[in-house]
Design a protein around this ligand. Sequence first.
Ligand SMILES: [Zn+2]
Length: 307
Amino acid sequence: MKHYTHVYLANKAVEFLWDSVDNLSYRSGSLARSSVRRRVKGGAADLQRILRSHMDRIEEASWAPDDILYDMKTFHIYKLMMANEFTDYRDFVAEEFKVGGKTYYKVNGGGGLPYKVDHLARLLADMVKLRAYNDIFTMEHICYLFFLLSHYIADANVPMHTDVRDDKPSRKKPQNGNYYSTKWHGKIEKLWEKGSTPIALRENIIPSERKGCNSVDTNMTPFLKFYLKPNVKDIHTTYVKPNQLIKYMQTVCAHSKDRSVILFPVSNPDNFSEAKLEGMSHDIFADAIGSIISVWLAIWDHAFADD
Ligand SMILES: [Zn+2]
């Protein structure tokens, strides 16, 4: 995803943080017990208030991984393949896991996005504990890292970030199957950027004087709008225990991979249509917002619990 898309999603995650806890479900999909939702909602109220006093940091922090850290090839991706995509996939498997009875294979050298999220989440929980102990970190440090973390979680929701078929074919990757053209990756992210920027400008999420910002709605814009009352039901939040964060992020990546297979069919992956993308973009953005909130809540919950 591009700059303002990340800024937009992090802002929406703060906006929906408290209200979306009403939808909190377990990883199984069933609604969390009301006592759990009540407890998590109390923490969400505090976290939302604290993040809100550091919103000016979002623009830099949510973009820092692409702009300053440059760890795109290792931690912004988790490249998956399915058994029916390449006849030689077995020779290139680094990890495998199941979601909903389906087996997903992570390709060798295909990044470690879920591990980065887990690492940053643990670091954040430790920082919160250390702050309470000796005041060594400021809330500004902590909020900055919350926003920075949102970048990786948003990227996990991008279908191309979770599909090996988005890569350039090479001898290090499976060969007996079809890749899709790498041009789609940039094109799709641009459609989202141009579609979300006018909303971000109108809602003062980004300053209006920015040069090169698109202020005119595109065909994509209506799918990327999120207003609290009508859209809170679209934001699925999940109750994730800290030791389940890697599994949770693998599940997020697996859903993205499923979407990639719809966008770029296995038999003819270059058969891409903008209409199909528009149809799923609202869900992709809703899931990005929901998964950012879910990880934030897991950290906040954990920071006040003993391991
Ligand atoms: Zn990125």
